[in-house]
Every structure is written in C-alpha cells, then in structure tokens.
Design a protein around this ligand. Structure first.
Ligand code: GLY
Ligand code: MN
Ligand code: MN
Length: 470
C-alpha cells in the first residue's frame, strides 16, 4: 500500500478517480449533496452526520453543502457549494469554512455560496451529455434536479443543450468505496483498536462489579456507559450504530439494544458495539460470562462459535468469494449442532443434509458478514460484476437466479460474525436454552489472507476468563 497522503490530496485523488470514471462513461456532471440536518424536537437537532459519499470525495463535514464534478473533454473540475460566512449564525452554531477559504483548504477548483445553488446548477448542467447523482438516497433530490434541467431546457432557444441522460452516481462510487485506500485503512485500524479497548473495559467492569456486588447491581446500561466512555475518550465521534448490550436470553434477540436488564452471575453478556472515528466504522461483538467464568454448557457452545469463526477467517483471502467465509462457518456450526444434540442426528441426518435442508437456521439465521467502511453495513455489490446469472439457493432455500458471489480482493473490508442463538424449544437440550453467542471481528483482505483489525480484545474463552480475572 502507498504511504498515507495528506488529507486534501486524498480527496483530490478520489475526485480525479471519479472524474476518470465519468469520462470513461461518456462524461457529464456529477452532483452530490451532503446529508441534511435533522430536527429532533423544537430547537434540538439529532447529532449531525455528513453523507458518506459526499465526505468520501471532499473530507468536508459541514451541513448545507454540495459537490459538482464536471468531466468533459479531458478535464475534470470540482466545485463546492457551501454555507456562506455569517457572523450572526456562526455565534450560535459555530464557524463556517465559507466559499472563499474552501478551494485552498479542500483542494477544489471553485466554491460558491449555497445561496447561488439554483442559479449555478443549470449553468453547470448546460451542454453536458449526462447528469449523475445518487438515486433514491436523498429525499427530493430527483425533483431538484428536474427543476434545474427544466431551467436548462428553457434556454434551448438560446443555444443551450440539455443533458440527455441521467445515471446513478452510487454505481461508480460504490465500486470505489469497496476497495479501501491507505488513508481509509489507517483510520479503520485506529477505529478497530479503540472499539477493542472499549470491549476490554466492559468485560473488566462486568467482572469487577459482580465481584464487588455479588448480590446484584450490574445492568446492561452500566456496560454501555463504559463503551461510550472509551469511544469518546479516544476521540471517536459516535457509536457507529446503536450498541447492543444483551444479558442472558436477550442475546437471542438479534437487534436488542442496551437496556436496563440486570446481569447476574452465571449469565452470558453479548456486546455488539463499535465506534465511528473520522467517518469510519468499526463493528465488534464479544460474548463473555458476566462474572468472568463460562459454565460448562456455555463453554461448549462458545467453543463451537469460535471454531466456526476461525474457519471463516481462514476462508477470507483474495481469490475466494464473499460467500466462502459464510459457508465455512456454517459447516462448523452445523457439525456442532449435531454433536451437541441441538439438532438430533436421527431426525436431521448428516452435516450435508442439514446444510441442504437449512434446519440450522433455527439456531443460526443471519449471514456471517457484510462489507464495512464509512457505513457499518458499507456499500458495494455482493455479487461479481459482469458475471452471468446462474441458479442458486437464497437465504430461505428458494431457487433464484443470481450472479456468483463477489471475489475478494486486497483492500476490501468485511466483518466475520458467526453466532448461535438457542431459544427454548421442544427437543432442544435444556442446558442450552437462552444462550446467545456471537463473535465478530473486522477483517481487511490482504495480499495473502486477511488482517483482523479488532483483535485488541481477546476472543478465546480462556483468554477472556484470564482478562476478566484482572
Ligand atoms: N452491528 C451490526 C452488525 O453486526 O451487523
Ligand atoms: Mn456486523
Ligand atoms: Mn456487529
């Protein structure tokens, strides 16, 4: 990988790349707004988070901004629209960069006040072959673009030509974002390290609180507070998604939130939490005994999930397909389900029979990973572009026509997150009831295999127990 560039050069390089992609596709203008501010109630807004595509191309995180990239002939020109300087508003809401300073600081060709957007956009669109913008991502954007195109049409008698076609800009940007550059990888590693530290802190707090207060007093929100403390202490801006802190049976609810349930000795705690740092996510799950010691039944299932994750990690390497880690993990989980009696061999048959019938979905109902980057569930096709459709079975076992799964390449980042979730049910050994386990790490595909960016927190049962004794 090349060395990390200074940041305005990083974004300029990405805009040049998108410009080349536009030129290759016949040229035109790409338009991209950032995210709007969202009111929470009365004078309070939700914490502001920029649009990921916009930030990817600008590194600019103020609200009220647009980027236009013109690619025609052989040239590429980037123009920013941003909020004008306004002393009164800046006293209340904070400093604005403003259009005068923006080109120098962000390495853009030009910048204008947001107030001039409706006047300048039709000028940028006139005589361009095509307009590109993200489809179905910003409410009202299509209507806004229609309005500007209508203004261009109103000038055709004066010689202006209107773009003939509209294309989805996401298609180009998703492919670029799927393979992370050196700047992104450096941030993802730091985000992973901070989140790993937060999980360590939560595990140690859990054991320490239960040692101090054997009679109770530890609740899910106590551990959520430890996570948030650790994220912010290291400068991470937000949690990358709503943290899950699940005591005991709550772990079997896949999208459970940190609530106020009590954590008792003898129970497992599942934490799925990661910070967002400088616009990049991390996504870690660990499952640990609240008091620091696995029960024999918990340990049996934990070791199966851990072995399945190891198999998935082994399958995460360039040339393999995105589906290979899932298939590897599922096979190990199914072996475990049959060995432990979660699935009765007499009824369900062999490992291959269970993989074919899908009976394992009673205990493992999600995929083993997803792309990760600026968004925790990041953009990028999961099937191989340009490949022909072929018959396949979908997640519910139905036959569908699909392109084959995506071939992994160095620079792609994905999570590896197998689990087992045992709800009480007839025929399921009682000792396993209400145990929910997931283990999740973030993997960067490298030249020879993968690098786990989140292993600052232990994963083996013995290592977790040792950590929780300290
Ligand atoms: N934390 C979201 C996920 O694991 O997909
Ligand atoms: Mn995940
Ligand atoms: Mn997760």
């Amino acid at each position: 990988m090349s060395p990390v560039l200074n940041s305005s050069a990083v974004y300029a390089k990405r805009r040049a790349a998108i410009g080349r992609a536009l030129l290759k596709a016949g040229g035109g203008v790409a338009l991209l707004p950032t995210a709007p501010e969202l009111p929470r109630n009365r004078d309070s807004d939700f914490p502001y988070r920029h649009d990921s595509y916009f930030y990817y191309l600008t590194g600019f995180s103020e609200p009220g901004a647009w980027l236009a990239v013109e690619a025609s002939g052989k040239t590429v020109k980037s123009t920013l629209f941003c909020r004008p300087k306004d002393l009164e508003r800046e006293i209340w809401d904070g400093i604005r960069l403003g259009p005068d300073a923006a080109p120098g600081l962000l390495g853009l060709d030009a910048a204008f006040s947001l107030d001039s957007l409706d006047q300048k956009m039709p000028e940028l669109l006139a005589n361009q072959p095509a307009v590109w913008f993200p489809f179905a991502t910003h409410k009202g954007l299509e209507t806004q673009v229609d309005g500007w195109l209508n203004q261009v049409r109103a000038r055709v008698r004066l010689g202006a030509e209107c773009p003939q076609s509209q294309h989805d800009l996401c298609k180009l940007l998703d492919e670029m974002r799927l393979v992370k550059d050196a700047h992104e990888i450096a941030i993802l590693r730091r985000a992973g390290a901070i989140s790993a530290g937060a999980h360590v802190r939560a595990m140690q707090t859990s054991a320490a609180m239960l040692r101090r207060q054997a009679a109770g007093g530890l609740r899910e929100y106590h551990l959520e507070a430890e996570l948030l403390h650790e994220f912010r202490r290291h400068g991470a801006e937000f949690p990358a998604y709503t943290s899950i802190v699940a005591a005991g049976a709550n772990a079997c609810v896949l999208h459970y939130r940190a609530g106020n349930a009590e954590l008792k000795p003898g129970q497992l705690c599942l934490i799925d939490a990661g910070c967002e740092l400088e616009g990049y996510a991390s996504d870690i799950t660990r499952t640990f005994p609240a008091d620091g010691k696995f029960t024999p039944a918990q340990r049996i299932l934990y070791d199966i999930v851990q072995a399945s994750q190891e198999a998935a990690i082994e399958a995460t390497r360039p040339g393999n397909r995105f589906s290979d880690p899932h298939n590897a993990a599922t096979r190990v989980l199914v072996e475990g389900m049959l060995d432990t009696g979660l699935l009765a061999k007499a009824r369900h048959g062999s490992v291959d029979d269970v993989l074919e019938s899908g009976a394992y979905r009673q205990f493992y109902m999600h995929r083993t990973g997803h792309w990760m980057g600026m968004d925790v569930h990041d953009c990028g096709d999961y099937t191989e572009p340009g490949s022909p459709l072929q018959p396949e079975k979908d997640a519910l076992g139905q036959s569908v026509m699909r392109k084959p799964s995506r071939i992994l390449k160095p620079g792609m980042v994905l999570t590896i997150e197998p689990g087992l979730y045992v709800r009480p049910a007839k025929g399921v050994p009682k000792k396993f009831w209400d145990i929910g386990i997931r283990i999740e790490d973030d993997a960067l595909v490298t030249a020879r295999g993968c690098e786990l960016m989140t292993r600052g927190v232990p994963v083996k049962a013995d290592e977790i127990e040792a950590l929780m004794r300290t």
